[in-house]
Design a protein around this ligand. Sequence first.
Ligand code: NAG
Ligand code: NAG
Ligand code: NAG
Length: 281
Amino acid sequence: MRLCFPLCLLPSFLFSCLVLLPQGQFCPSACVCVDYHTVDCRDQGLPSVPNPFPLDVRKLLVADNNIQTIPADFFIFYGDLIYLDFRNNSLTTLEEGTFSGSNKLAFLDLSYNNLTQLDAGIFKSAGKLIRLSLGNNNLADVDEAAFETLDSLQVLELNDNNLQSLNVAVLDALPSLRTVRLEGNPWLCDCEFANLFFWIQENASKLQKGLNEIQCSLPMENRRIFLHELSEASFSECKFSLSLTDLFIIIFSGVVVSIAAIISSFFLATVVQCFQRDKKV
Ligand SMILES: *[C@@H]1O[C@H](CO)[C@@H](O)[C@H](O)[C@H]1NC(C)=O
Ligand SMILES: *[C@@H]1O[C@H](CO)[C@@H](O)[C@H](O)[C@H]1NC(C)=O
Ligand SMILES: *[C@@H]1O[C@H](CO)[C@@H](O)[C@H](O)[C@H]1NC(C)=O
């Protein structure tokens, strides 16, 4: 059901051409305004986000297009959005502030795009998010503060990206997390991975298939193994390297103490000597 018509040919006619819907709203020509609050623009070959929408749009479907950016002021205009399906587009970056004003957004699907990194606080204005899909991108770098303030987030999908490591602080920042997808990444099971391994081991119930679905490659050998083949003992060398640091601190403080002892005994010896000399005189 199409509620408006692409009548405009010249921008100067734009105003007269905006076809007002009965509710005083308008609908972009490539889209179908399903009801008062739902706009469907899927699979239209769109190179950018069509404009304008009804300002009170709550559910926007723009999946399967070639959209390269989410406009910086997007949520300033469409702050009522609850559901945004941006799956299968050509996003490569998310600009800082993109989600300013998105304080009702609960569902965000950015899967099947070409995102490479997530910066600190990028979603910080989207504090009501419940589900965030970032699978099938090219993510290699997720800042440890990327998901801070997402207190309601229950489902996080980071599967099928390019992640070799992930700071567990990313996951520990999500108090409501129930499901996380991490499979399909080229994880490197080195010492940096140890903390993530312990997290996954203890929180395996949050992964759909537990440890069985995730693979990582061994740093020295050119071999991928499933996480269930690993145990805490596999990372014992990492613990050893930690205790080496401790050992170093102990040795270092020992040296400091001995130097202090030598200096003070030298000082004492000098004092005693002077005292004896005074006595002789
Ligand atoms: C992405 O969208 C295109 C159409 O733009 C479609 O042909 C393709 O199958 C879609 N891919 C996925 C993974 O959904
Ligand atoms: C994603 O980016 C890579 C290079 O960073 C490029 O080769 C690839 O074609 C891009 N894919 C899409 C779907 O835009
Ligand atoms: C399991 O998840 C909870 C919640 O994120 C976290 O507090 C805990 O430290 C995790 N376990 C490990 C071993 O990291």
